[in-house]
Design a protein around this ligand. Structure first.
Ligand code: PEP
Ligand code: MG
Length: 334
């Protein structure tokens, strides 16, 4: 089994009918880099930068961030790396982060409070430092390899404001004599709230790409805390509401030929690969450990079959029935 999976590493991620699929890795801490290389990931689809801010009393300055991102971008050797700016808030370890980021107050309901991009727009100096560091790293690396991603977007205006700051930072760096790429790295939006998903067509006018975060999308859609054991039985990414939002956001992007990926836990579940492919998703970002099995699934699938299967699933309104269909299709696979 191990040998089989390691052989898989060198095989392309493409369906039986030759459709190429991009399988990328999520990175939470740099220590995961060897595992990501081992898994044969086609880049990093979600670099969570929270690790840089944790367990410290000060903030990482521009040079420290440049160093951290450079290490990762260089290890990926020209492959795409999508760097998400700080997603402070929600279920993330607030205690550890707050030391450096204080005095921002998350409020009585942190998941609905000053989280992600909302917080960064209140403290634009944090965003400026992070943008500057990423721009410098992008300038040193392969063209177009580095991309920037904004967490917890709910309103198109937030993306517009972030882009204004981004362009201002770029102008300042150029004045400072930094050589930046002519075309700035793409600036994408996480689609991880129902509001963002249902307004995906409006957000698409401001963002260069989408990364659908199904972890938060399921949490906010179903009003179920990701980390709360008492309601864990209600946390179900196969709830039709979650699937419809994924479908809506994906279609909004595809209509505009805008890149779209899924980077929540759903992306790493090989049972869900046929459904996501059938909904039009071609880029998946997941924990590196999940990648070989998802690749195995991709290589056994036909896009036409997936599209037909997704249509059947999307006609269903009962999560239990959807689960049965998904399990049944997966069984037919092996
Ligand atoms: C998500 O919400 O699905 C996601 C990928 O982001 P995170 O898990 O870091 O919140
Ligand atoms: Mg999220």
């Amino acid at each position: 089994e191990r040998a089989k999976l390691s052989k898989l590493r060198r095989l392309p991620a493409e369906t039986t009918d030759g459709e190429p699929v991009e399988l990328q890795a999520n990175l939470e801490i740099p220590q995961e880099l060897p595992l990501i290389a081992q898994a044969g990931a086609a880049g990093i689809g979600l670099l969570r930068t929270e690790f840089l801010f944790m367990n410290r009393e000060d903030l990482p300055d521009e040079d420290a961030q440049v160093e951290a991102y450079t290490q990762i971008v260089e290890a990926m050797a020209g492959q795409s790396v999508t760097i998400r700016v700080l997603d402070w808030g929600g279920e993330k370890d607030m205690e550890a982060l707050a030391q450096g980021v204080a005095p921002v107050h998350a409020g009585s309901n942190p998941a609905l409070g000053l989280r992600g991009l909302r917080m960064l727009l209140k403290r634009p100096e944090l965003l400026e430092v992070q943008f500057a560091a990423v721009l410098r790293v992008a300038a040193a690396g392969a063209d177009g390899a580095v991309r920037l991603l904004l967490p917890m977007v709910t309103v198109p205006e937030e993306v517009r404001q972030a882009r204004e700051i981004y362009e201002r930072v770029a102008r300042r760096l150029r004045r400072r004599g930094e050589k930046l790429p002519e075309k700035l790295p793409l600036l994408g939006a996480m689609i991880e709230t129902p509001g963002a998903a249902l307004a995906a067509d409006a957000i698409a006018l401001e963002a260069d790409f989408f990364a659908i975060g199904t972890n938060d999308l399921a949490m906010y859609t179903l009003a179920v805390d990701r980390g709360e054991a008492e309601v864990a039985h209600l946390y179900d990414p196969l709830h039709p509401a979650v699937l419809r939002l994924v479908q809506f956001a994906t279609e909004a992007a595809l209509r505009l030929r805008m890149p779209v990926s899924v980077c929540g836990e759903m992306a790493g579940n090989p049972q869900l690969t046929p459904l996501l492919l059938g909904l039009g998703v071609r880029t998946f970002s997941m924990n590196a450990s999940a990648l070989p099995r998802v690749k195995q699934a991709v290589r056994a699938l036909d896009i036409g079959d997936c599209a037909r299967f997704a249509r059947r699933v999307m006609e269903q309104s009962d999560p239990g029935r959807i689960r049965e269909l998904v399990a049944g299709f997966a069984q037919g696979l092996t």
